[in-house]
Ligand binder design. Structure first.
Ligand SMILES: CC(C)(COP(=O)(O)OP(=O)(O)OC[C@H]1O[C@@H](n2cnc3c(N)ncnc32)[C@H](O)[C@@H]1OP(=O)(O)O)[C@@H](O)C(=O)NCCC(=O)NCCS
Length: 177
């Protein structure tokens, strides 16, 4: 397996695969919500423009990825976090997903290790992640790497049938770099 920071060409090459993994994750029962592929596609392009991607590749196939960008560019950041940290000194690991049939095989660990090694330690004091507070969510995985619980926010999501709304909770986790 190789972990590569995506150039623009590499991002374009794997863009559809990144989206496929992402759409598969957010349609999981525990994360269940309405999904518009075009919106999610634009969301990923925007993350590439303001940040960077680490791709986990095996035989040239994408098996997982991380997307990260400066926390100061995160629109949902609660005041509680803004007052406690300097968002411009925090790198936000906004998405981290492993292909469904490759989870619990150590790939997430390798990606996270590569991320923590490669993150700009001069530019940032903290790495930040945000995880759904659902049973089976990724919080315990992040804690293994020294990320510590912080603020919880509410987010309103459209239900899978596209007709209703539901409120879910997401928790921030911070790790000193
Ligand atoms: C969470 C995720 C990124 C972890 O990557 P992974 O490759 O499966 O993780 P690893 O195999 O390196 O796991 C190492 C250890 O972390 C812990 N761990 C991993 N995923 C976990 C989870 N969902 N819940 C609790 N602990 C978890 C376990 O202790 C695991 O060791 P074990 O398999 O021997 O029990 C991956 O499972 C995934 O993509 N999940 C679905 C999408 C998702 O939830 N992404 C995060 C959104 S915030």
């Amino acid at each position: 397996m190789q972990i590569i920071r995506a150039s623009r060409d590499l991002y374009q090459k794997y863009r559809e695969d990144i989206l496929d993994i992402f759409l598969d994750v957010i349609s999981m029962e525990m994360y269940s919500q309405y999904v518009d592929p075009e919106v999610e596609s634009a969301y990923h392009d925007d993350m590439f423009e303001k940040g960077y991607y680490l791709l986990a590749l095996e035989d040239d196939k994408l098996i997982g990825y991380i997307a990260a960008y400066p926390l100061a560019e995160e629109p949902l950041l609660p005041n509680e976090i803004k007052e406690k940290y300097q968002p411009e000194r925090c790198d936000y690991l906004s998405e981290m997903h492993i292909k469904a049939d490759r989870r619990r095989q150590g790939i997430g660990t390798k990606l996270m290790e590569a991320y923590l090694k490669g993150v700009d330690h001069d530019a940032y004091d903290h790495a930040v992640v945000r995880a759904w507070t659902v049973e089976g969510g990724a919080g315990p995985f992040y804690k293994r790497f020294g990320f510590e619980d912080d603020a919880i926010i509410d987010q309103v999501k459209t239900t899978k049938d596209g007709k209703g709304k539901r409120t879910i909770q997401k928790q921030y986790f911070f790790k000193k770099l």
